[in-house]
Design a binder for this molecule. Structure first.
Ligand code: ATP
Ligand code: MG
Length: 530
């Protein structure tokens, strides 16, 4: 067999037709062709399974198969072999139907000239090759369309769904048969989305006019999960520039959004921390500078005029030094306490406490340190039985609230301090008739370093209430306030008496004597600290 020759399978049961065709081929040049002649379809199919043919000249009326069935069987068994149908005068119709069914061409027996035969064979082979390449290309593209993780929906210019790839079906939680032919905006996922049908229709109309559009959307995906998607609609144009289809793509960017949000949060936290550090430094330096300058001035006066000063004058300056030192001590304590609470090191260590006595002593101490313009009225309601609370944390809470009430009532006046011990709740209420707190500041007071806009020259760091809040939370309690500028402020703290740590349970079970219980509790916390 000549290497360059064309392998022809001639399937023809009429010996004279077959002979005529072979003679015509020889006439065109024997070396050009290698012809295998068979009379039955079954033999032809078996020959195709054993070797490769460049073309088949196929008579449709064979002893073992008739008409278009012959064609169907042959093209199923040998899909890549180009077919030229051989037909008689009377069945040209069938030949035309065959051509419509992927046959390359047909030849009418009795009208076959050598030139025509060569032309038809060569043209059919070439067309067959082009078709094969096209099919391969289409196969590849469909593979990409089907398997890409990008979700792609093809829609008509009026928004009707033509096809969705697998990723799109997964993303939109639908089936091909349920969505093809439906408008895009009728997919269920849009129900809870940030896009509405009107908006989608306008996007489709713009894309049909040739525009490419892209948006980030929030919508309900499969399994009812809310997703962020990168959504785009692009026109697909033919070679004349006419928009023939729209490509709707969606990419699930929920993970990316989550990571973005976390990054922004971390960045904000870092910024807040930096702001806090700088306000902390300026606050501490400012708050220390005042008492230090008082001490310096008092010492300078005592040094320079010691002999001229009377005893009462001298003790007045010593008193100022002591007050300034106390202020600095208090500030240091507060900073240390805050440091502990900020590092999460504040611990809830309850002991049984005679609450009435504790509050009464606290009131007396604060009354003594107030400058005489204020009167603290303490009232207790409820049974005077011991309660289980953290004494240190409670002292911090009450001292701060009462000091604030004194400090922010510069005109003096009465401060009501009510303690109500009822069922499993302890309520503390501290009411003053001081400067009050503007509404815009009220929500922010529990944030570190926040001071209301009306404090004027009243000293303070803005740390107290943020620590108070943490102490209250450690008791699983709540703190709230009511205030009106120029009228006064009421802080209310509610602590739950049911909040029991393992130590507190042990204390309750082991007896009722207050002294021994307190002693035991101290040992417990000491052991824990050790
Ligand atoms: P310090 O840390 O020394 O207590 P501070 O009193 O400024 O300083 P907080 O106790 O945290 O800080 O109070 C925060 C702010 O709340 C105060 O600066 C003040 O503006 C406002 N405030 C608190 N209590 C009262 C009150 N009883 N009356 C009016 N304003 C108050
Ligand atoms: Mg304060």
């Amino acid at each position: 067999m000549n290497k360059a020759s064309i392998n022809i399978l001639l399937v023809e049961d009429n010996p004279s037709d077959a002979k005529l065709l072979q003679q015509t081929l020889w006439h065109l040049g024997k070396e050009k062709w290698h012809v295998v002649h068979l009379e039955r379809l079954s033999d032809a199919l078996s020959a195709c399974s054993k070797r490769v043919f460049d073309i088949v000249l196929l008579d449709l009326s064979l002893p073992d198969s008739q008409g278009l069935k012959t064609l169907a069987k042959f093209s199923t068994a040998a899909p890549n072999v180009p077919i030229v149908v051989l037909t008689g005068f009377d069945d040209e119709d069938i030949a035309l139907q065959a051509v419509a069914n992927s046959v390359q061409d047909y030849l009418v027996k009795g009208q076959i000239t050598p030139k025509l035969l060569e032309h038809v064979i060569r043209y059919a082979i070439e067309r067959g090759q082009i078709l094969n390449q096209l099919q391969e290309c289409q196969h590849r593209l469909r593979g990409v369309f089907k398997q890409t993780p990008q979700s792609i929906v093809l829609v008509t210019c009026s928004g009707m769904i033509v096809e969705m790839n697998q990723s799109a079906l997964n993303l939109w939680g639908t089936q091909q048969q349920d969505c093809v032919g439906k408008p895009l905006w009728e997919l269920e996922s849009w129900n809870l989305s940030s896009a509405n049908p009107g908006w989608l229709k306008s996007i489709i109309a713009k894309a049909a006019d040739g525009e490419s559009l892209r948006h980030e959307l929030h919508l309900r995906g499969a399994n009812d999960a809310m997703l962020w998607i990168d959504f785009s609609v692009r026109p697909l144009k033919d070679e004349t520039g006419k928009v023939v289809l729209l490509i709707v793509e969606a990419w699930d960017i929920s993970e990316q959004k989550r990571a973005e949000a976390e990054m922004i949060k971390a960045w904000q936290q870092e910024r807040e921390l930096n702001e806090m550090k700088s306000s902390f430094v300026s606050m501490v330096s400012h708050e220390f500078r005042n008492p230090m300058s008082v001490i310096r001035t008092a010492i300078e006066l005592l040094e320079s005029y010691n002999h001229q000063l009377s005893d009462p004058q001298r003790s007045k300056y010593f008193g100022k030094i002591q007050t300034a030192i106390r202020q600095m001590q208090q500030l240091l304590d507060e900073v240390l306490f805050w440091g502990k609470s900020d590092a999460g090191k504040l611990q809830y260590e309850p002991t049984l406490l005679d609450l009435q006595n504790f509050c009464s002593e606290l009131t007396q101490n604060l009354q003594l340190s107030a400058n005489g313009k204020h009167q603290i009225i303490f009232r207790f309601q409820g049974k005077p039985t011991p309660v289980l609370v953290d004494e240190n944390l409670l002292r911090y809470i009450l001292t701060n609230l009462l000091s604030n009430a004194i400090k922010y009532s510069p005109q003096g006046g009465v401060i009501q301090f009510d303690v109500i011990c009822q069922d499993d709740t302890l309520t503390f209420q501290i009411q003053d008739s001081g400067i009050g707190i503007p509404i815009k500041d009220q929500q922010l007071l529990f944030e570190t370093f926040h001071r209301a806009s009306n404090v004027g020259s009243i000293p303070g760091t803005g740390l107290g209430l943020s620590i108070v809040k943490k102490c209250v939370e450690l008791h699983q309690g709540q703190i709230c306030l009511e205030s009106q500028v120029g009228v006064g402020t009421t802080f209310t703290v509610k602590l739950s008496l049911n909040h029991q740590s393992p130590q507190s349970l042990e204390l309750i079970e082991s007896g009722s004597d207050l002294q021994s219980l307190n002693h035991k509790s101290h040992r417990l916390s000491a052991g824990k600290n050790a």
